[in-house]
Write a protein that binds this ligand. Sequence first.
Ligand code: 48H
Length: 260
Amino acid sequence: MSIENVISAAIVRQFSDKLLENLVVDVAIVGGGPSALVAARYMAEAGLKVAIFERKLAPGGGTWGGGMLFNEVVVQESALHILDAFGIRHTPIADHPGYFTLDSVEMASALIYGAVHAGARIFNAMSVEDIVFKDGKVNGLVINWTPVERLGMHVDPLTVIADAVLDGTGHPSEIMHLATEKAQIRLDTPTGKILGERPMWVDSGEASTVENTREYFPGLFACGMSANNVSGGYRMGPIFGGMMLSGERVAGQIIAKLRK
Ligand code: 48H
């Protein structure tokens, strides 16, 4: 067999096995932003089978660009244990105790590495276009290649079955929108609908991101900016402690639920 064929056949076989193994998972995560990557690592470490489906070629979500493309972000003391767990270095802000800067490229790459090495699988360039909704419960995801989505090609999708679905899609809360608009689901919010993100208020937004992280419908959880948008929290700009603490929190919630 020629080496050209060996390379191609090995890639096709290996990828097919990987996808086949992840067509039924414990937790299917939509989006590979910071909150989802932290959640994926902790759930995988607890022994759950976790797959992330990320629309873009590079997971990491909004971390890469730092604040306005200055590739540094800020994290507060309460989230330092997560940075340390992932081996992400940080520098104290001299005149504001309890707050730290870190390199956003180091952060994005370390979160990805940490999630994958804990056993979570990341499928990049795949977009979630719908949910599986059976017997009154969210049962999984409907996936397709991002280039298919972008080119508007009429190609039918595949499905992934999961005990828990985690919306980590950031500001747009895409899965929650599908749930309320297509599945006619009533979410666990005061109106049953998505309340919508409010303007900038750093402390409030950081706290509410973590508080609003929960199961919004049987089998459907939200973390990070998605949770904040669903429950009407304020935005917070390029500070990421709340995102990571949200990931840690939702991991605990899902682990507790699936172990019952
Ligand atoms: C597959 C999808 C789909 C889909 C979206 O936005 P993210 O970085 O997510 P979070 O919530 O962990 O972090 C939010 C943070 O980055 C942020 O935006 C902050 C702190 N903003 C503050 C402010 O004031 O603006 O990542 C979400 C990921 C992205 O990579 C998307 O490509 C992906 O989800 N995604 N993947 N299928 N349907 N929708």
